[in-house]
Design a protein around this ligand. Structure first.
Ligand code: C5P
Length: 226
């Protein structure tokens, strides 16, 4: 089948990006990391002094968000470019401050409904692997393949710390753990589209598994269900 939607959800640091990008490459599909829409909105809000609890103002910003994702223009470890009004914000949306702000703006109903259409449009574009928190439950509930990637907080924090260190950002493991735990709690407890596995999702615990291992498991699910 040419049209395949693979939904990969799970908490921060579970390996969604790495796995989703590699799965997309192997099936010849597009990789769409949906977290970037909330991250881009958070960046615009912070830059324009919009309060992270001002749902109306954030909803308006979300409706006006002009975000473009493109193949990587630089070889600096990025998987893709993120452009906002002609500005390359690929790394600007990957700071600890944006991690926190993104999960705050993502909790608002107005924001989520404003950003749903553009995610679905990309989801309907053919072969696509989408990573996020609510892809299997809300964005693409009919996706034939749904995967929930998880890992212990300890392991996720170590991965996140390593990613940040690779870009010269030094943070203690304790701080990363606290931030991840706080973000997970906010994402799981929000009223709208809370982070949770879809009923028909295949759950994969990535603790102690290599990326290759996890990628193979996902490909197996795709072969079974498509
Ligand atoms: O996946 P990533 O860490 O980039 O996501 C940043 C934040 O965006 C998450 O903490 C979550 O609050 C929000 N998000 C979401 N739904 C998605 C993807 C991300 O609420 N599908």
């Amino acid at each position: 089948d040419s049209q395949i939607v693979v939904a990969i959800d799970g908490p921060g640091g579970a390996g969604k990006s790495t796995v989703a990008a590699e799965v997309a490459r192997r099936i010849g599909g597009l990789y769409f990391d949906t977290g970037i829409v909330y991250r881009a909105l958070a960046l615009v809000a912070l830059e324009n002094g919009v309060a992270l609890d001002d749902e109306d103002a954030l909803g308006k910003l979300a409706r006006e968000l002009r975000i473009r994702v493109a193949p990587p223009s630089k070889q600096d470890g990025r998987l893709y470019d993120v452009w906002l009004d002609g500005r390359d914000v690929t790394w600007a949306i990957r700071t600890p401050e944006i991690d926190r702000a993104a999960s705050q703006v993502a909790a608002h109903r107005e924001v989520r409904s404003a950003l749903l259409g553009l995610q679905r449009e990309i989801g309907r574009s053919g072969r696509v692997v989408m990573a996020g928190r609510d892809i299997g439950t809300v964005v693409m509930p009919d996706a034939p393949v749904k995967v929930w990637l998880d890992a212990s907080l300890e392991e996720r924090a170590r991965r996140r710390q390593r990613d940040l260190a690779a870009r010269g950002v030094v943070v203690s493991l304790e701080d990363v753990k606290a931030e991840l735990a706080e973000r997970d709690r906010r994402d799981a407890e929000r009223a709208v589209a809370p982070m949770r596995p879809a009923e028909d999702a295949v759950v994969i615990d990535t603790d102690g598994r290599s990326i290759e291992d996890v990628v193979r498991l996902v490909i197996k699910v795709i072969e079974e269900r498509c």
